[in-house]
Design a protein around this ligand. Structure first.
Ligand SMILES: [Zn+2]
Length: 313
């Protein structure tokens, strides 16, 4: 008799379309060969490599806590590239000046800029970025492989659907980053001393702010706790399910789904565009608490004043 595992194992990729073995082999060959050439790469000192291993162990615990064994995805997180900002800008046309790290959907490597802020970054700042990108790395990844033109495309990544729900996916990833750091990093030798930093540095703060305010509005309307809502969103990240979208649709209205699904790539980080749009929407939808928070943010413009990390735990 086969006993069902208490923690089902989540495979790294979910393939759709032409899933013959030879097409899948082609996919793996391609992502292995796709590199940024001539990039001068840094090898971190052993001590920091130990830290990275502890970051992976913390993510394993995070998965188990949600009910999933993430082993295959964590094994794939060995594709970490450390490089200087100037080299990244020169070799990769999509790299922007203020990028600290990127999870590449071309080859599923993680690029870390070692000097994004001008000088060499501290270990806690690097670890914060690495954990964020690792969370993209352990997210649900659905790949559509087309038989005719031998191409493949990432159709889903976590909560993201191609370019839709970019803000939602980014914010849940960063809220999860802060959550994992505060909850699981204290348990490991090489990560516990880095915890305090997590609450000072927040990636994609505008996206985090908007989604945090939206979760607070959901708490008010749904009788779920903030933690319940975050856990549902985290299951979406790992399994590609749609719990969060269902909650939003049910309690905040279908209009809101439209707002969050905005496919305008250029506007994804444009906080003023998003704020004005959302203030207007929330007024019409009578989302009083959400509107109040948005107006607060316009005044303070620092997510750290609004986001309480203990609320996540
Ligand atoms: Zn991200």
């Amino acid at each position: 008799m086969i006993k069902a595992s208490a923690h089902p194992t989540l495979e790294n990729f979910t393939f759709k379309g032409a899933t013959d073995k030879r097409f899948l082999n082609g996919f793996y060959r391609y992502i292995r060969s796709k590199v940024i050439t001539d990039l001068h790469i840094f090898i971190p000192p052993q001590q920091f490599q130990n830290t990275v291993e502890d970051i992976k162990k913390a993510l394993y615990l995070f998965g188990i806590d949600l009910g999933y064994d993430l082993t295959p995805r964590i094994l794939f997180l060995n594709r970490l590239v450390f490089a200087k900002k100037a080299d990244l800008l020169k070799k990769d046309s999509t790299w922007k000046d203020d990028y600290r790290s990127v999870f590449s959907q071309d080859n599923f490597k993680i690029y870390i800029s070692v000097d994004a802020t001008g000088s060499f970054r501290t270990n806690d700042s690097l670890a914060h970025s690495i954990n964020h990108e690792f969370i993209h790395g352990i997210s649900y990844k659905e790949i559509y492989i087309s038989q005719n033109n031998k191409e493949w495309i990432v159709t889903k990544l976590g909560i993201r659907r191609k370019n839709r729900f970019f803000i939602l996916n980014e914010a849940v990833t960063e809220l999860t980053n802060i959550y994992v750091i505060n909850k699981f990093w204290p348990r490991f030798k090489n990560t516990k001393s880095l915890v305090n930093f997590a609450n000072r540095e927040i990636s994609a703060p505008n996206a985090v702010f908007l989604v945090n305010a939206m979760f607070e509005e959901l708490v008010k309307r749904s009788h779920l706790s903030y933690k319940d809502i975050l856990r549902k969103a985290q299951v979406d990240l790992l399994t590609g399910s749609q719990n969060t979208l269902s909650l939003i649709s049910r309690f905040l209205g279908k209009d809101f789904i439209e707002v969050l699904s905005s496919s305008e790539e250029s506007k994804k980080y444009d906080v003023i565009f998003n704020l004005n749009f959302l203030v207007e929407k929330s007024r019409r939808l009578k989302l009083v608490y959400f509107e109040k928070q948005l107006n607060n943010y316009k005044l303070s413009s620092d997510v750290k004043d609004i986001l309480d990390p203990t609320r996540l735990l």
